[in-house]
Ligand binder design. Structure first.
Ligand code: FES
Length: 104
C-alpha cells in the first residue's frame, strides 16, 4: 500500500504538548502536537528501537526513556546526539479534525 491517508486519531484527543502512540495500517506511529502542529513518526527510537511514547515530551523535545537520547519534536532531528533522526511519516489534519497519516 502506498500513498494512503489513514485515520490515526482525532485532533481534540491530542492536546498541544501531548503525544500518543497509535497503530496505523499495522505500523506503530507516534503522534505529537507541537503548538498545534501535528507530527507523525515511527514509534521506535533510532537507537535501539525502544517505544518512544514511553519517553518524555516537554512540548518541544522528546527524550527516549531508555538511554535518554533527545530529539527535536518538530523536525525529528537528534539533539543529543545530533547525528540521528526520527523516521517521519506524512501527516495532515482534515477540516473535521481527523489526523491522517500516510505510512506508505
Ligand atoms: S533506545 Fe532510545 S536512547 Fe537508546
Amino acid at each position: 500500500m502506498t500513498g494512503q491517508w489513514q485515520e490515526a486519531m482525532q485532533l481534540d484527543e491530542l492536546w498541544e504538548g501531548e503525544m500518543a502512540g497509535v497503530e496505523v495500517g499495522g505500523e506503530k506511529v507516534l503522534l505529537m502536537n507541537i503548538d498545534g502542529d501535528v507530527r507523525a513518526y515511527r514509534n521506535r527510537c533510532p537507537h535501539q528501537a525502544w517505544a518512544l511514547d514511553e519517553g518524555d515530551f516537554d512540548g518541544e523535545t522528546l527524550t527516549c526513556s531508555r538511554h535518554l537520547w533527545v530529539f527535536d519534536a518538530r523536525s525529528g532531528s537528534g539533539v543529543n546526539p545530533d547525528n540521528c533522526r526520527l523516521t517521519s511519516f506524512p501527516c495532515r489534519v482534515d477540516e473535521d479534525g481527523t489526523i491522517r497519516v500516510d505510512v506508505g
